[in-house]
Ligand binder design. Sequence first.
Ligand SMILES: Cc1cc2nc3c(=O)[nH]c(=O)nc-3n(C[C@H](O)[C@H](O)[C@H](O)COP(=O)(O)OP(=O)(O)OC[C@H]3O[C@@H](n4cnc5c(N)ncnc54)[C@H](O)[C@@H]3O)c2cc1C
Length: 382
Amino acid sequence: MPTSQSPWITEEVLMFQDAIRKFIERELVPHEDRWWKQQHVDREAWHKAGEVGMLCASIPEEYGGGGGSFAHEAIIAYEQSRAMATSLGTNVHSAIVAHYILRYGTEAQKRRWLPKMARGEMVGAIAMSEPGAGSDLKSVKTRAVREGGHYVINGSKTFISNGLLADLICVVVKTDPDKGAKGVSIVVVETAGLEGFRRGRVLEKIGQKGQDTAELFFDNVRVPCDSLLGDEEGRGFYQLMQQLPQERMVIALGALGAMERALEETVAYVRDRRVFGASLLDMQNTRFKLAECKTHATVARAFVDDCMAKVLDGELSPETAAMAKWWCTQKSCEIIDECLQLHGGYGYMVEYPIARLYVNARVGKIYGGSNEIMKELIARTL
Ligand SMILES: Cc1cc2nc3c(=O)[nH]c(=O)nc-3n(C[C@H](O)[C@H](O)[C@H](O)COP(=O)(O)OP(=O)(O)OC[C@H]3O[C@@H](n4cnc5c(N)ncnc54)[C@H](O)[C@@H]3O)c2cc1C
């Protein structure tokens, strides 16, 4: 793997990468098949990930985190995807939810939730999407109405990653339906013993099946007013827009991990596979296809490296993050499809890694803002 060539992977990050890779191989990979069948990870996996510093790696130590930077989250996203160990929803938990709390939460909120998230005692989720509102987030219908010292929440959410196991959910709500984007807020809900809160089905997906993607229902759920993220209503849309570039980079990093793994798997496969008395790698079509794939993956890595330098300098623009997200997820789907083709019938068999890479990759073009929405964001800057 050419990871050490990436300038953002310093010696320290490289050591972290090595430790994370070993943890994934030891504690996640062996359970993936079982988790795919049960549609969620064991809760113990969260605790173990917390123990080794895989959770909240970029949250300051004073809140129980690892004190690292976004490079650490990027490494985790890359390594999990590369290992096809995507069931443990650390990206949503650490790179997204924990950062909402760190950036916008009050001091009391940070002290209350972040250390537990870092230890894996609380699993985080973010609930934006609804049955009638995905891309068009401004049109969410879930309502939070102030009543005395409480918000009363009514509505439903769908496609929520970590939805089954989540103990702490950032719920995107309307606090003032007449104000459009300015009427959107985020309320952080602790689910333990919460009356009126219900989890629906764990949704059956074509890939990433071990990740608990669920429906959530809120029926007159009452939470104290200090559950509002930050200290002012109507900031939710702004908060989402600020944080989404980070989420998009995490998706780009995952796509990069998957495309590099696909290439590795395929080069090994075609080298061994004999067709018409020769190695499949000797066929010009194979070599040209893989040369193209390698070029695309190399370009993707160079772009991601450039974006990472900008993230770490606090200078990544939303449109550049959108470019990284759509480009990398698009390329990973294309590369993996070509690689699967080179496996012939074996590529269609789930026991071959390329088949799992194929079904895992597809969602990258849809979630975190669909690729069409990414192009809208970029087009606005033309
Ligand atoms: C596995 C998985 C995990 C997810 N995890 C989460 C999560 O943790 N939290 C969460 O809140 N959500 C989550 N989502 C939801 C995800 O973010 C949405 O599915 C996504 O934003 C698209 O919304 P939608 O499904 O409602 O599609 P729609 O918005 O209905 O879009 C349908 C199609 O129309 C296109 N489209 C929409 N608007 C435009 C436009 N203006 N111009 C051109 N084309 C357009 C879209 O690109 C898409 O191709 C998850 C989804 C999946 C599949």
